[in-house]
Design a protein around this ligand. Structure first.
Ligand code: IMP
Ligand code: MG
Length: 188
């Protein structure tokens, strides 16, 4: 890893999705979600930390009142590939979503384990009325489980990406675009 005081952009290999493209697509997503919402209260459940920037922009692209909730889920644990285990330590904090319409907001759909696990929790344990999901990015990978999102921003190739909330070892979330990390910055 290069010294930490290098400008953020110097760690980026390729810009895949620009700030302008994100802005435009998030506005469209807000409209799509609203047009499919059948009325009643809607709670955006933001999967921390990766979805913070996306959710902040998405909720401002919607004109109906929404509630905001967040939930910490981790599946990468510092590497560039999913660890295979999804940890959810605060399931109890979501009990009040029983009978509510919930929109899960996640940054990226990779193996699908995160979305699958949170969706199952809300549907089967919390007993939310409806559970839909919105992801900014959908990686073209073969998934063993059914984890399709109801709303998707962009489909991307199977590469490790950073920026606009997405991190590598906790860093690079504040890049305003989505890009790939220079290979020499990835610890082997
Ligand atoms: P999944 O459970 O394998 O679908 O992984 C979803 C989570 O892994 C996302 O919410 C991200 O936090 C993280 N993740 C997956 N792919 C990437 C990536 O390319 N860059 C950064 N984080 C990623
Ligand atoms: Mg995440």
């Amino acid at each position: 890893m290069q010294a930490v005081n290098q400008p953020l952009a110097s760690y980026v290999d390729q810009i895949l999705i620009t700030q302008g493209q994100i802005h435009e697509r998030v506005a469209e997503l807000g409209t799509e979600i609203e047009s499919r919402h059948e009325g009643g209260d809607l709670t955006l459940l933001v999967i921390l930390h990766g979805s913070i920037l996306f959710a902040a922009d998405l909720m401002r692209a919607m004109s109906v009142p929404v509630y905001l909730e967040s939930f910490r889920v981790a599946s990468y644990h510092g590497g560039t590939a999913s660890s295979g285990t999804v940890s959810m330590e605060q399931a109890e904090t979501l009990r009040h979503l029983k009978g509510q319409n919930v929109l899960l907001v996640d940054d990226i759909l990779d193996s699908g384990r995160t979305l699958h696990a949170v969706k199952r929790l809300l549907e089967e344990e919390i007993e939310a009325a409806t559970v839909r999901s919105c992801v900014l990015l959908d990686k073209k990978v073969t998934r063993s489980m059914d984890a399709a999102a109801d709303f998707t921003g962009f489909e991307i190739e199977d590469a490790f990406v950073i920026g606009y909330g997405l991190d590598y070892q906790g860093k690079f979330r504040n890049l305003p675009f989505i890009g790939t990390l220079k290979p020499e910055c990835i610890e082997s």
